[in-house]
Design a protein around this ligand. Structure first.
Ligand code: SF4
Ligand code: SF4
Ligand code: FES
Length: 351
């Protein structure tokens, strides 16, 4: 099979349609060769080699599945399971545990005695969004590499050694006290649910719950990131509750599986009791009262014209929202320039 400069065995086998399982690999990250689930046999080599971090070479004969590889992978996965102290039923719905799915697919033994937990929990991290569950971590370093290579902030790192190896921060500080941007990418890439959202609104719902994913475009700014809204009770009289937001797989453009803190976590406005659903206009006593759109627009026009009459057109400024469409923002600048004759117009995403 022909291959390009720098391509790994994993790249080539995937192109050839062969299944090679991976846990620590992510196409957005440099290969780490940390988990060894992708081992393949290279003719003439004494040891099995990780497909994700071994470059393809001229004349290389690679076997992706045989008895030796299967046995090795089963034992490896069984070892991960004894270090991952959660049964499959405890894995979070909507974020399937890649480890359990792989162990089942490759017939790994599941009855090995669990290891005592030697990995320390992260002390007192009061950030509202992300928690680290040490008992589920298998030290694959996907989260720390993502934080470093994609997010570019290196807020988390692998710490300690051997069975105590864990994910930590400098001085074990809470994420708020680090360079963390709370993007949640570490949660998205974790293959075991060890990095997890703190705030799924219905996280404690019954296990038979099935979250329905709805692919949509984030409307917090003009980038157009793709996101999956995970809805509990979807189709229940047209209603459902948003349980969490997840990112589609890497390669989904334009966001390539990444989200920012707003896109991933700022969704509780959807059912918030303070959410404005109808226009409000102040009455003579200064109290906000429900109004029709016609009444609200008339009140806004009257107020704007009054400011213009008293202080001139450049006393007015129009601030639009990055949550509006391009067309809506276009109309706001038209309103400012044509109806009121001012260039004082802005919108935070500057689209
Ligand atoms: S939330 Fe983002 S920035 Fe913070 S630790 Fe995770 S990947 Fe790094
Ligand atoms: S938290 Fe998840 S992604 Fe990070 S090292 Fe542990 S298992 Fe891997
Ligand atoms: S996927 Fe290759 S070593 Fe982890």
């Amino acid at each position: 099979m022909p291959f390009g400069d720098g391509e790994t065995i994993l790249d080539v086998t995937r192109r050839a349609g062969r299944q090679v399982p991976t846990l620590c690999h992510d196409d957005r990250l440099k290969p780490a060769g940390a988990c060894r689930t992708c081992l393949v046999q290279i003719e003439g080599a004494r040891r099995l080699a990780p497909a994700c971090s071994t470059k393809a070479g001229d004349g290389m004969q690679v076997t992706t599945a045989n008895e030796r590889i299967d046995e090795h992978r089963q034992n490896l996965l069984a070892l991960y399971l004894v270090d991952h102290h959660q049964g499959h039923d405890d894995c979070e719905d909507g974020a399937p545990c890649e480890l359990h799915a792989m162990a089942a697919a490759y017939g790994a033994p599941t009855d090995w005695e669990p290891l005592p937990l030697a990995r320390a929990e992260r002390p007192n991290d009061d950030n509202p969004y992300i928690e680290f569950r040490a008992d589920r971590c298998i030290a694959c370093a996907r989260c720390t590499r993502y934080c470093d290579e994609v997010e570019g902030v290196s807020a988390i790192t692998m710490a300690k050694r051997g069975i105590e190896t864990t994910v930590s921060t400098a001085d074990a500080l809470g994420l708020f006290d680090t360079t963390c941007e709370l993007c949640g990418g570490c949660v998205a890439v974790c293959p075991t649910g060890a990095m997890a959202e703190k705030m799924p609104l219905v996280a404690k719902a019954p296990p038979e719950r099935k979250l329905h994913k709805v692919r949509t475009t984030c409307n917090y700014c003009g980038v157009g990131c793709q996101m999956d809204i995970n809805v509990d009770g979807y189709g229940n009289n047209g209603k459902g509750q948003v349980a969490k937001i997840t990112s589609p797989p890497p390669g989904t453009l334009p966001s390539d599986g990444n989200l920012c803190v707003k896109g991933r976590f700022a969704y509780d406005f959807i059912d918030h009791p303070d959410r404005l659903k109808v226009p409000l206009v102040r009455n003579a006593q200064g109290e906000l009262k429900e109004a029709t759109w016609e009444e609200a627009l008339a009140a806004a026009a009257k107020g704007l014209r009054a400011v213009e009459a008293e202080h001139g057109k450049d006393a007015l400024a129009f601030v639009s929202s990055s949550r509006c469409t391009v067309e809506e923002n276009y109309l706001v600048q038209k309103l400012a320039r044509v109806a009121f004759g001012t260039n004082n117009v802005h919108q935070c995403a500057a689209t």
